[in-house]
Design a protein around this ligand. Structure first.
Ligand SMILES: C[S@@+](CC[C@H](N)C(=O)[O-])C[C@H]1O[C@@H](n2cnc3c(N)ncnc32)[C@H](O)[C@@H]1O
Length: 356
């Protein structure tokens, strides 16, 4: 099947939506948060065999293209409003329960939290909920940190069960109901776990540890600063080894298989990688001068990092992920700030190493 030009989805994600739509029965109701150019709504509408199916699509800032792209498709109902407004009105305007819910609107923790919380009660028992931008596991939330925190909480609460993770979509059946309080508590817990992962990697020795992945310049610096003695392997080893770490790069088929068969494999995700590198460079100045090619290089790293930290007011990972809040708005703001900071840092690193 060809990719739909105006959809923002990956080809395997489009396929997932096609399969979900093909399973819908006559008179089904699908709701989508985030119309954009109408790509996902088009896929849902054109892959079903159900008679009298309706797709309600919501967008806070609807585009003209969506109306053009979806012209003539009768089963689509446009709603030019926010997801929260839509969810509040749904119970008053429509009695029917939703068979398929696709959440692909805002990416802040706070918004996706409310999208899930407010739409969940309108989904039928046994209905399917799919959420977009839950990134592949090697990224660790690097691209959409708020979505990762929220979805990890949803999974911990068993609010979504029998799940599949296809590209950036996590989809499954509606599970246990959740209260706002327990949902918030779980979001806070999944936030804390991200920090705990950085702390545990900080202490983890790379002595005799082989890695799967490519040794680019940034990986090489991390390895030197952590005193790694193992090798970087482009393919997984044939024999089972004591210590194997997978680098934060997209998995090849063979790596994917190796990871699923060897549960003790350690996954160094991209988010953890950049936090670690950041800390290592700042805390090991005397070693940085030894591993960089020359003094000029060293000053480049040193000066840029110093400036970066100064501009951002240094806060240790331990403090950022240990904040004590019972407010989703505050947690969401901190989460968004960290996403921005770590992405800027990545771009600085890449520009220094010739990556961009
Ligand atoms: C990633 S795009 C959706 C892509 C689309 N589902 C597709 O696959 O082609 C996100 C869309 O969500 C909309 N959006 C953002 N926040 C929203 C909110 N709170 N309520 C409803 N829509 C929202 C944006 O205007 C944007 O068009």
């Amino acid at each position: 099947m060809e990719k739909v030009k105006f959809s923002q989805l990956w080809i395997e994600e489009e396929q997932y939506l096609r399969e979900q739509s093909a399973q819908l029965q006559d008179n089904s109701i699908a709701v989508e948060i985030g119309t954009a150019q109408g790509g996902s709504a088009y896929i849902l509408a054109t892959s079903t065999n159900a008679q009298e199916m309706t797709i309600h699509t919501y967008d806070i800032s609807p585009s003209k293209e969506a109306h053009n792209n979806l012209r003539g498709i009768d089963c689509i109902v446009f709603h030019a409003k926010s997801s929260v407004e839509g969810a509040k009105e749904w119970g008053m305007s429509f009695d029917n329960k939703i068979d398929f819910l696709f959440i692909d609107g805002s990416h802040t923790l706070e918004n996706i939290f409310h999208d899930f919380l407010l739409w969940f009660p309108h989904v039928k028992e046994g209905g399917v909920i799919a959420i977009h931008d839950y990134d592949p596991v090697h990224r660790g939330g690097f691209a959409h940190l708020g979505v990762k925190v929220c979805v990890d909480a949803i999974l911990n609460l068993n609010a979504l069960v029998e799940t599949e993770h296809i590209g950036r979509i996590i989809g499954g059946k509606k599970g246990c109901s959740v209260t706002e309080g327990e949902f918030l508590e779980q979001c806070y817990y999944s936030w804390k776990k991200i920090g705990q992962k950085v702390i545990s990697f900080r202490q983890f020795s790379l002595d005799q540890c082989n890695m799967i992945g490519e040794e680019d310049e940034l990986v090489s610096i991390l390895r030197k600063l952590k005193g790694a003695t193992g090798k970087c392997l482009s393919e997984p080893p044939i024999r089972k080894e004591n210590k194997i770490m997978v680098l934060p790069q997209p998995f090849s088929k063979s790596t994917f298989q190796f990871v699923s068969e060897n549960k003790n494999t350690i996954l160094l995700d991209e988010l953890t990688f950049f936090y670690l590198l950041w800390e290592l460079l700042l805390n090991n100045r005397s070693e940085v001068i030894q591993i960089t090619q020359n003094k000029r290089d060293f000053f480049k790293w040193e000066e840029i990092l110093e400036m970066f930290d100064h501009a951002n007011s240094i806060e240790k990972v331990d403090d950022i992920f240990e904040i004590n809040t019972t407010n989703i708005h505050t947690l969401s703001q901190i989460c968004a700030r960290e996403l921005v900071r770590v992405n800027i840092l990545k771009n600085i690193f890449l520009s220094m190493t010739g990556g961009i």
